[in-house]
Design a binder for this molecule. Structure first.
Ligand SMILES: C[S@@+](CC[C@H](N)C(=O)[O-])C[C@H]1O[C@@H](n2cnc3c(N)ncnc32)[C@H](O)[C@@H]1O
Length: 285
């Protein structure tokens, strides 16, 4: 699984795949949190320009798009009324969502591990004239006090990229006030059964849903260059509950009629058959 690769490596078929700047071979193997952090930081720094070239227009400069299916917060209102709310966007990338939230009257902070992604956030702020505080930090160690936010959210940020996602849930619970909301989108866990292909070859079940071994791409020295983590739906629910959340909803967006945009392994072909995104809505007890 590689959420955002433009031309997917073909995992699970062999070892060395094709020439890429840093992702040379794809496999499933255990990684430590430290390896994951180093890989993520480097990956998202190096990939930031390509990611924004590829997806920037779809995501906009001031817009909150939850997923490749095109669910927009302006329509879905998964966060409720944000006016006057203190909101933290985790794994913000270019922070288009944070700028949209600012326009809705929220007091928002945007956080990401990657300086490369935050550079794009600054550039988009300059273009749009909408400025929000940007923080470079790890979602595993949020540089905020306890109970200081009303809402924490992310579209595909941080959660899939840390080995100890239960610890992210605990960090989010720590910075949220009681009753505060935690809303995050990730690749739907059932997608891990398939290859990362938008076409027919991505319709055949090939991997065990229950195999939590991370997807890893290695660099030329054999070090993890990209790491993505799989948890089952049940795992995610248990992580939330253990951190003190009550799950309010699990949104599985359907592929909209007429939506033709392919994003990595997300495509109209696959989207009309099974979900590609899961959006968890949880409240801190
Ligand atoms: C797939 S991108 C999503 C970016 C943005 N939310 C969007 O919708 O375009 C994942 C983001 O998560 C960030 N990220 C990865 N690991 C992180 C961590 N441990 N803490 C904070 N951010 C992290 C990456 O730097 C990257 O910007």
């Amino acid at each position: 699984m590689c959420i955002f690769r433009r031309e997917p490596l073909l995992p699970y078929r062999g070892s060395v795949i094709e020439s890429e700047p840093i992702g040379l071979a794809a496999l499933r193997r255990a990684v430590t949190d430290a390896e994951s952090r180093v890989a993520s930081r480097r990956w998202w720094d190096l990939d930031a320009d390509d990611y924004q070239d590829e997806h920037g227009a779809f995501l906009g400069d001031v817009d909150f798009v939850w997923c490749p299916e095109g669910v927009r917060e302006a329509d879905a209102r998964l966060l409720g009324d944000v006016r006057g709310r203190r909101v933290l966007e985790l794994g913000c990338g270019a922070a288009a969502a944070a700028r949209w939230l600012d326009g809705q009257g929220a007091a928002v902070v945007a956080l990401d591990l990657s300086a490369g992604m935050l550079r794009h956030a600054r550039e988009a702020s300059d273009r749009s004239g909408v400025r929000v505080p940007l923080v470079q930090a790890d979602a595993l160690a949020l540089p905020f006090g306890d109970r200081v936010f009303d809402i924490v959210c992310t579209a595909f940020g941080a959660v899939p990229f840390v080995a100890d996602s239960a610890a992210v849930m605990r960090e989010v619970a720590r910075v949220l006030r009681p009753g505060g909301a935690w809303v995050f989108s990730i690749t739907h866990p059932m997608r891990w059964i398939f290859w990362d292909e938008p076409d027919e070859s991505g319709l055949i079940a090939r991997n065990s849903y229950f195999d939590r071994t991370p997807y890893v791409e290695l660099d030329g020295s054999g070090r993890p260059a990209y790491v993505e983590q799989h948890r089952t739906l049940g795992d995610r629910v248990r992580e939330l509950v253990a951190a003190g959340f009550v799950l309010r909803d699990l949104v599985e967006p359907e592929w909209p009629a007429g939506h033709q945009q392919v994003w990595g392994q997300w495509s109209p072909l696959r989207g009309r058959l099974f979900p590609g995104t899961a959006i968890f809505l949880a409240d801190r007890a």
